[in-house]
Design a binder for this molecule. Structure first.
Ligand code: NAD
Length: 327
């Protein structure tokens, strides 16, 4: 048996945490031969501690053969000590009267602190995925507060948006989701994101010529507002699908995407006119061993370019609003 991989998770007793932990421990992230050690953030309140205790009792009761160890930590430096794989899920939810700028700042403080703790204690080749919203800017803040870690250690999650777009496209075409590839979502995980299906393929064949233009317009709106539709239907926000997307993102990143293109928000390398370092959703390939490459030569139409620029401007504005929280 391999040595356990150390996985740190914040927000472990939230809705996404409650789904992702059981799947990681069951082997859905690293496969059936790779044990894991879970390190979980316990927030410093009685209610939070008790909730996490309950989650850990359930994890123990699953008797997962791959769960080598688990521990709760109130100190973030302890939490991240030697962590090789990190899910930053916990975030301050929007409270009544808070606008997006207030939310950015409240979360900025959390991700600045966590970036510093990661910088001091995480493994130098840690793969760190930010899920907590606003995830692109939270990841940007964490990265900029961890100068001793390579920027490529950080990414933010746009895979749920890609999965949603892929599922809508498969439904529309009446085809199984498994054969659909090359669906891209550009930009920010916000309502401005731009799902791009111009290059989508089913088993290698392009499908863009089979799409009704009216449906395509609705599709973009539909993907961007899917989270709201789920809240309306379920009375709670997406949790299992977000956890599943986080696993897809991390698995492709660490183990490789087997030639498939996947959307990841990663620090820009200047491609498509996005300023270097901005955490932007790009089409990527993952060759394995924790590496990714931005696919930098997708042709853009003026319309797509306008959407990309809108997302760039939105993220620049967010970065400006938290400029005092970064190096
Ligand atoms: P939840 O409300 O069920 O849980 C939130 C978790 O965050 C809890 O564990 C809570 O203890 C923790 N938390 C709250 N305030 C905190 C603080 N100040 N410091 C540290 N931790 C804190 O929420 P959830 O459904 O699990 O969602 C978690 C985050 O993921 C939210 O920010 C949500 O918007 C985001 N999300 C992102 C995507 C995406 O695609 N990127 C998709 C779905 C949800």
């Amino acid at each position: 048996m391999n040595r356990p991989i150390r996985v740190a998770v914040t927000g472990p007793s939230g809705a996404i945490g409650y789904s992702i932990l059981f799947r990681i421990a069951a082997g859905d992230l690293f496969g059936p031969n790779q044990p894991v050690e879970l390190r979980l953030l316990s927030r410093d309140t009685d209610q939070s501690r008790l909730r996490l205790k309950g989650v850990m009792m359930e994890l123990a009761d699953c008797a997962f053969p791959l769960l080598a160890d688990m521990s709760a930590h109130t100190d973030e430096k302890d939490l991240f000590d030697g962590a090789q794989c990190v899910f930053l899920i916990g975030a301050q939810p929007r409270k009544e009267g808070m606008d997006r700028a207030d939310l950015l700042r409240a979360n900025g403080e959390i991700f600045r602190r966590q970036g510093r703790a990661l910088n001091e204690r995480a493994s130098r080749d840690a793969r760190i995925l930010v899920v907590g919203n606003p995830c692109n800017t939270n990841a940007f803040i964490a990265m900029r507060n961890a100068p001793d870690l390579a920027p490529e250690c950080f990414s933010a999650m746009m895979r749920l948006d890609q999965n949603r777009a892929t599922a809508r496209l498969a439904e529309h075409l009446g085809l199984p989701v498994s054969g659909i590839e090359q669906v891209i979502v550009w930009g920010n995980h916000s309502n401005s994101m731009y799902p791009d299906i111009r290059f989508a393929r089913y088993r290698g064949k392009r499908v863009d010529n089979q799409l009704d233009p009216q449906w395509q317009n609705e599709f973009i709106q539909n993907v961007a507002t899917r989270g709201g539709q789920i809240i309306k239907a379920r009375g709670a926000s997406s949790a299992a699908s977000a956890a599943s997307a986080a696993l897809d993102h991390m698995r492709d990143w660490i183990l490789g995407s087997e030639g498939r293109c996947c959307t990841m928000a990663v620090p820009s390398d200047g491609s498509y006119g996005i300023p270097r370092g901005l955490m932007f959703g790009f089409p990527c390939f993952c060759p394995g061993e924790g590496r990714y490459q931005i696919i930098s030569n997708m042709p853009l139409t003026p319309e797509v370019k306008a959407h990309i620029d809108k997302n760039r401007d939105e993220l620049l504005k967010e970065a400006q609003a938290v400029s005092d929280l970064i190096f």
